[in-house]
Design a protein around this ligand. Structure first.
Ligand code: ADP
Ligand code: MG
Length: 704
């Protein structure tokens, strides 16, 4: 048995949280600090020095030598630059440990190499990181020692957002202001803030590190670019929720400990559908923290895997032929006094505030389906969306029987008089309790599903930040709330006006509701009839963020300027091209230096055997050897031709730029990669396993 572990004792141990602040800050400073965090206001510079000092002392007491402004540039991962606490040595050569208020609040990394999408030239190096005091500082323990990490936003010299956090914080202000208008209309005078609550569920794969290191595709691309399916895949569904293997269990335990120390509420863990695939979900938190914590979860997953001789793959599609990984973004709106705006109560038909909120969300999702789709676009996700494992690239909303019935009543007769109720389930076993049946079943095929008191946006890719999806959700719902509030605040008869508005919104935006099987071909056809967009790839999704509709939306709520949106589109095209280029070059390398030589060796062996058989025994039937040689040689020739073609198109594309380049990679390089992979995978099934140059899918997925 391992030693006794009390999660409550270690939880938040490495966080400069309220408890620590209360202990270490003078009373008046603590009060000001708490108010700043609660109101989301600006930190009073006069207390920054005191806070910084207390933070430093606490960090040093826990062994910290360095501090860093931890931020989220548009690279998909977090960034940090460490500074030690030491001051300039005195004349006697002594140093002090220092950390000023200025250093806490603002940093100035020479950050010229982060993607800016043309917002600044490389020589304009100045960028700023600003402390987001709503996300507490934390200590990270790793091979660097102990580092004090200060969550920050990152912007350019001119204040343009260069990161994920800045627009997220801006979108939180937008949804807060507009939600409060809705609440006030219904007579709520007490709630002071409305904040989105988010719980992102994170899927991941684990593979043995030794095997990982033998595969250049995993090293460079994070996914396999070659690989034939093993005899067994996930068809038995025996991995899903299956017993957790010891090696993985030990990993999960360590991962939880590290996360708890960081104040991350790691809650649920289980095996996922594909072999070697797992999931971790935290308890939901306010969106800004949830986004930071999700980044910490991804980082910690990778670090802890190393300690266990494994590598954690966060790619959306590490293996063809089995499920890939995503991230379910559970989203709701909560007031500071604990009211969930998405809670329908037992009788949603007479919960007018809920129905208005629901109708507004429906409108937002219908009008801005392209933006939501775009928020989930990343290169890896192109392999999932629209395949039979993740929601299709069509945005639709699942509401379930009860709400759909209420909307039916409203749209047909104009009034909703009742709500369907769940019954009692009898299991037929005397010793089992009767179960209360939920009012509606679940639908796992829907990209945007109502699940009781929250919406679950299921499209986000596993390696992606959840910030963009939440920026979109917060802003589009803010817009719908604003338009509703503008209308209702003026109404002479509020009850009649709100009733009419709800009915109208449901009628106008019903087309986006779909409760059926989202994975079926019939839905694709039906969605087309309804005029819903089906945006199949990342390169086709990107233009959504720079349409006039998007610019108007984001500028109105101060979330993005036109220039910031254009820069983001540019960064996305660039990153698409770069990633496909890396994948293509990795394939060229593996095919040319590893697979082709192995197959050549195998054909030589076959030829030798054939000759040997023929000379030893001319009358023996050597047709099997001959057939194998013919088949292998034909596939080898096909492979060589495909390889030459891939080299040629990749070279041509690498000389292009921007949007045209991304489209060229998508239209020419991606199919050329598929064409190279097909014969290689067939060859893997034929060639002697001893000659095959890297571990197979079976080795990677089943032998952990
Ligand atoms: P489900 O079974 O519906 O997926 P879970 O209870 O497993 O629900 O929750 C999945 C994720 O959703 C968790 O991270 C959970 O904390 C989060 N969650 C639960 N309720 C809410 C809510 N009201 N708003 C946002 N997230 C929530
Ligand atoms: Mg879920």
């Amino acid at each position: 048995m391992s030693e006794v572990l009390n999660a409550a004792d270690i939880f938040g141990k490495n966080v400069f949280n309220e408890k620590v602040m209360r202990q270490r800050l003078p009373k008046d400073v603590f009060k000001k600090m708490k108010k700043t965090m609660e109101d989301g206001a600006e930190l009073d510079p006069s207390i920054a020095g005191v806070v910084a000092h207390a933070m430093k002392e606490w960090a040093i007491d826990h062994g910290a030598t360095h501090y860093t402004h931890w931020f989220q540039p548009l690279t998909g991962v977090t960034a940090e630059k460490h500074d030690s606490f030491i001051s300039e040595p005195t004349a006697e050569g002594k140093v002090f440990l220092e950390f000023s208020g200025k250093e806490l609040i603002k940093g100035e990394p020479d950050a010229s190499s982060f993607p800016s999408g043309g917002l600044r030239a490389t020589f304009e190096a100045r960028g700023y990181t600003a402390w987001d005091c709503t996300s507490p500082a934390f200590l990270r323990e790793d091979a660097c020692g102990v580092t004090l990490c200060i969550p920050t936003a990152f912007c350019s010299y001119k204040g343009e957002a260069l990161d994920q956090k800045t627009p997220l914080l801006r979108s939180m202000q937008a949804i807060d202001a507009q939600s409060l208008r809705i609440l006030r209309l219904f007579g709520n005078t007490t709630s002071k803030r409305v904040v989105p609550s988010v719980g992102p569920e994170q899927e991941y794969f684990l593979v043995d590190r030794e095997k990982y290191l033998q595969r250049k595709d995993l090293i460079y691309a994070g996914r396999t670019l070659f690989g034939a399916m093993p005899p067994k895949g996930q068809e038995l569904e025996d991995h899903y929720f299956g017993a957790i293997r010891d090696r993985v269990g030990a990993y999960m335990r360590d991962l939880n400990i590290e996360l708890w120390k960081l104040g991350v509420t790691a809650k649920t863990q289980h095996n996922e559908a594909a072999p070697a695939q797992h999931e971790l979900a935290p308890i939901y938190d306010q969106v800004n923290l949830a986004v930071d914590h999700n980044q910490m979860i991804m980082e910690t997953m990778k670090k802890v895997a190393g300690r266990h001789g494994m590598t954690c793959l966060l790619h959306e599609k590490p293996f063809a032929g089995v499920n890939g990984s995503g991230k379910h973004n559970n989203w709701s709106l909560t007031t500071d006094d604990g009211i969930n705006l998405l809670s329908p109560g037992d009788t949603p038909h007479d919960n007018i505030q809920f129905l208005l909120v629901l109708a507004c969300i429906l409108k937002a999702v219908d009008v801005h389906a392209d933006l939501l789709r775009e928020s989930a676009a990343d290169v890896g996700n192109d392999h999932r969306l629209g395949a039979n494992e993740a929601p299709p690239a069509i945005i639709s909303v699942f509401l379930g029987d009860q709400l759909e019935d209420v909307i039916d009543q409203l749209c047909s007769t104009g009034v909703a008089t009742h709500s369907k109720q769940g019954g009692t389930l009898q299991t037929g076993v005397a010793t089992l309790p009767d179960l209360d049946q939920d009012v509606t079943d679940r639908n796992r095929t829907s990209p945007f599903a109502f699940t009781g008191n929250k919406f679950e946006f299921r499209m986000v890719g596993s390696s992606d930040s959840v910030a963009p999806a939440n920026v979109v959700l917060n802003t589009i719902v803010a817009e719908a709330f604003k338009e509703a509030a503008d209308e209702l605040e003026k109404a002479a008869d509020f009850d009649a006006a709100v009733h009419d508005l709800i009915k109208r919104l449901f009628q106008e935006h019903r087309r986006v509701i779909f409760n059926g099987n989202g994975y079926s071909d019939a839905w694709v056809a039906e969605a087309e009839r309804r005029g819903l967009p089906n945006i199949r790839s990342m390169v086709d999704a990107i233009p959504a963020i720079t349409t006039e509709k998007a610019v108007k939306l984001y500028e109105e709520f101060g979330v993005f300027t036109r220039a910031e949106l254009e820069s983001r589109a540019e960064i996305e095209y660039e990153s698409y091209s770069k990633i496909i280029n890396i994948e293509a070059r990795t394939m060229i390398d593996m095919a040319g230096k590893q697979i082709v030589p192995a197959v050549v060796k195998y054909t030589a062996r076959l030829a030798d055997t054939l000759n040997a058989v023929r000379s030893a025994c001319p009358e023996a039937d050597a047709s099997a050897q001959k057939d194998l040689l013919m088949e292998t040689s034909a596939l080898l020739a096909e492979m060589k031709q495909a390889l030459n073609h891939l080299i040629q198109v990749t070279d041509a594309c690498s000389k292009m730029e921007s949007k045209a380049q991304a489209h060229a990679y998508h239209d020419q390089v991606v199919p050329a990669m598929d064409a190279l992979r097909a014969p290689a995978d067939q060859l893997e099934m034929i060639v002697d396993k001893e000659l095959w140059p890297f571990p197979s899918y079976g080795d990677l997925m089943f032998e952990l």
